[in-house]
Design a protein around this ligand. Structure first.
Ligand SMILES: O=C(O)c1ccccc1NCC(=O)[C@H](O)[C@H](O)COP(=O)(O)O
Length: 282
């Protein structure tokens, strides 16, 4: 049986044929958002002395169905921004996630932080489309690409001025990457067959990237303790959707989680200092 990703990609390919008939590659250049300057995505995630949060706007998922009934992407974007998110991720896939390109532009116009288009990108058309709808960056999933396809998509992203978060699920994905062209690496902690989440496996893969790479842990994160684990393992950012989307005010939830992380890091620093001075005294 096809995996969930294979099913989604097949649907995406079918939909793309229809979309290309409606809006041509050139048409995107007349879209309102096409010429807007892009906001830096990778630089906004790193070197902050904390774990940056990429907060996701996610109405539904294949594993959980509807996640948030009271769904206003513009309002959620604004709440996330106020709560201290460093970037937003917006699901635009319609069939499996009930997302929309309109949610992307609605979120992008609302905030002053970079916005990632989260979709199943298999064609340069979708990269140009992302730019036309106001994205600053796109997700490229290594495991759904074949042969030279990932390089072509990376090339298209450079051409259209968008940064790329390249996502891996496995060691095999990682071994195929050419880090000469990749600055931001994500590892998805979710097993696509069982939907189980394993943060340790994610960290292990992320730590194999070259030193200057921006590292992002994705999926299944839900507490300041999770973020502290990422912090201790030198991970720059966490991509979190479902947990925030289930909270009454997603922005307040971001603020609370970042506040608790700060506290955990400070407590840890005090303990380490105490241990150091005990060592020096003995
Ligand atoms: O969310 C799913 O069920 C899912 C299933 C199959 C492929 C991708 C899927 N999710 C996309 C994502 O990567 C997540 O939306 C993102 O990492 C946030 O994860 P979470 O915090 O667990 O919502």
């Amino acid at each position: 049986m096809a995996t969930i990703l294979e099913q989604i990609v097949e649907q995406t390919a079918t939909d793309l044929v229809k979309r290309k008939r409606k809006v041509s590659f050139m048409d995107f250049e007349s879209f309102e958002w096409y010429e807007r300057p892009r906001r830096p995505f990778g630089d906004n995630l790193r070197n902050k002395g904390t774990v940056s949060v990429i907060a996701e706007i996610k109405k539904a998922s294949p594993s959980k169905g509807i996640i948030r009934k009271d769904f206003n992407p513009q309002k959620i974007a604004s709440q996330y921004f106020e709560g201290g998110a460093s970037a937003l991720s917006v699901l635009t896939d319609e069939p499996a996630f009930q997302g929309s390109l309109d949610y992307l532009s609605a979120a992008s116009t609302e905030v002053d932080i970079p916005v990632l288009r989260k979709d199943f990108i298999i064609d340069p058309y979708q990269v140009k489309e992302a730019r036309a709808y106001g994205a600053d960056a796109v997700l490229l999933i290594a495991t759904i690409t074949e042969g030279n396809q990932l390089n072509e998509l990376l090339h298209a992203s450079t051409e259209y001025g968008l940064e790329c978060l390249v996502e891996c699920y496995s060691e095999d994905d990682l071994n195929r990457l050419n880090f000469e062209y990749i600055n931001i690496l994500g590892v998805n902690n979710r097993d696509l067959k069982t939907f189980d989440v394993d943060l340790h496996r994610g960290i292990e893969l992320l730590n194999r990237a070259p030193e200057e790479t921006v590292l992002v842990s994705e999926s299944g994160l839900s507490s300041a303790g999770d973020l502290k684990f990422l912090y201790d393992n030198n991970i720059d950012a966490a991509l979190i959707g479902e947990y925030f989307m289930r909270q009454p005010d997603p922005g307040k939830a971001v603020e609370k989680m970042l506040g608790e992380l700060k506290q955990l890091v400070e407590e840890n620093a005090v303990v380490t200092e105490d241990q150091e001075s005990e060592k020096n005294m003995s």
